[in-house]
Design a binder for this molecule. Sequence first.
Ligand SMILES: [Zn+2]
Length: 144
Amino acid sequence: MSSDRMEHGKVTWMRSSQYKNDLAVYKSVRKPGHVYKFFRKRDREYCCCRCRELGKWRSIIIVNDAVIGRKNPEEDHHEECVPVDENAVKAQEVDRDMRQEVRSNGKRPREAYNEMLTTVAKKYKSSEEQVNANEAFIKAIYMA
Ligand SMILES: [Zn+2]
């Protein structure tokens, strides 16, 4: 494998109301529990969302869910771009799903909330992760 095909680990995907395509979520190795989000620019090229907000194009290439290329995906971001808390990202995602449910099915928030807890339970393997996600979720709702 040549150096420009070097792999930097896999991304996961999340839906976004802000962008047309799914966002790629890259877990920071340097700051565990934190992630970078990348939106699709074209083909296999994805740009860091936060960098874009700050006026910088920091792009990566993703092939089969893996980040490839010479450069480490955590390097060369805007100086103010820092990875975000993973639980906050998950909470946003769950929260959006819940709001969507309420809108599309006319479900009452309480009902949707209970369903959300079931979804969270399925989504996270360890109970510790689950508790963290729930806490982050509740914070996201009440502090929004
Ligand atoms: Zn960035």
